[in-house]
Design a binder for this molecule. Structure first.
Ligand code: UFG
Length: 341
């Protein structure tokens, strides 16, 4: 899509104040799309929303409000990032995840249907696969989530299929593996509260190595499970730079707007790193010794998640360019250092 074509297109981004959503909003604005963000700011940050985007503070539970935004915006497409994301919490508060990821998601589809918006790019997840035997995991693998987060994302993928069949809304579901890193501008990064993701916590622990009053002193980094059937006993994940991830969203949107064909793609690098390998890489990047302690497994964690991402490369023409783990961690480190976390 040329810049001229893109500038005629209006996109609604849900969760555009969140970590991945805010990076996507920036890239959409850079590409010439007209962007409106809907976010309830329960987890996102208003300051992370690109100034070129229009912002509406709204919860997706508000169907009437959503219908109003959809009607007024005459959007060509929606990018849907809003939702609950912490795997561990999903096992403790499944009702919250069902509400935020399924019920609110259906509100969004309903508002799209009523307003005649026929395209959606959805943030799905590797968690829909559970612990598949076949690694790297292709998109055709059986969906069998081991945590409730994955269940709710799988249910929303089912809703997408239904809305396509019954109401002609086309979709692309992007199944992310482990998103990490930060935009090269240094203005955007990962800031969850509470933070549960490995790389930000590792960097926080690295900072604790020299800051006596750091939160890392009171909550040291824990390795969740050291007895998995992996070479060093810790879980293996496929980390993808957020910049590569959001580039894929724009390609997916372009594909959808051009071809109107629904599809599902894995997004990752196709390389796995254990928790211990992430800690060593972060020690190299930061030059600090990172304190940690071995702990029990976290409920719902699959031992190994590595993607087969050949389909996104072939069909969307996507190629990750920031694929080294050190580069991913270094970009996160730059941002976290600037935030004084
Ligand atoms: N981990 C630790 N200690 C921590 C935090 C994490 O050992 O303090 C481990 C986890 O147990 C896991 C790995 O580091 O083995 C990565 O954990 P994250 O919480 O950073 O990410 P998850 O793998 O749990 O979650 C990610 C994505 C989801 C995706 C999920 C698949 O955020 O979107 O992988 O299970 F669905």
């Amino acid at each position: 899509m040329s810049l001229n074509e893109a500038s005629k297109k209006a996109v609604l981004v849900t969760g555009g104040a969140g970590y991945i959503g805010s990076h996507a909003v920036k890239v959409l604005c850079d590409s010439g799309f007209t962007v409106t963000v809907v976010d309830n700011l329960s987890a996102g940050h208003l300051a992370a929303v690109d100034v070129r985007a229009r912002f509406e503070e709204m919860d997706l539970g508000d169907l009437a409000g959503l219908c109003d935004v959809m009607e007024r915006g005459r959007f060509d497409a929606v990018m849907h990032f809003a939702g609950s994301i912490e795997v561990g919490l999903s096992m403790k508060e499944p009702d919250l995840f069902f509400r935020n990821n399924v019920v609110c998601g259906q509100n969004l589809l309903e508002a799209m249907r009523r307003a005649g918006c026929g395209n959606i790019v959805f943030s799905s997840t590797a968690a829909v696969y559970g612990s598949p035997k076949q690694v790297p995991i292709p998109e055709t693998a059986r969906l069998f989530p081991t945590n409730y987060y994955g269940v709710t994302k799988m249910l929303f993928e089912e809703l997408l299929k239904s809305y396509e069949v019954f109401y002609g809304i086309n979709y692309i579901a992007l199944r992310y593996f482990n998103a990490a890193g930060a935009d090269s501008s240094g203005n955007l990064g990962e800031a969850h509260d509470p933070e549960t993701h490995l790389i930000p916590l590792v960097l926080r622990a690295a900072a604790g190595g020299f800051a006596a009053d750091s939160p890392a002193k009171t909550a040291p980094l824990k390795i969740f499970g050291t007895d998995y059937d992996t070479p060093d006993g810790t879980c293996i994940r496929d980390y993808i730079h957020v910049t590569d991830l959001v580039k894929a969203h724009v390609l997916a949107l372009d594909y959808l707007l051009r071809n109107g064909k629904s599809d599902v793609f894995n997004l990752a690098n196709g390389k796995g790193f254990s928790v211990r390998e992430v800690i060593s890489a972060a020690e190299k990047v930061t030059g600090k010794k990172i304190p940690y302690k071995d702990a029990a497994r976290r409920e719902g964690d699959p031992p190994v998640l590595i993607a087969d991402c050949s389909k996104a490369k072939k069909v969307l023409g996507w190629e990750p360019v920031h694929s080294s783990l050190e580069e991913i961690i270094a970009s996160a480190h730059k941002w976290h250092s600037s935030q004084n976390r």
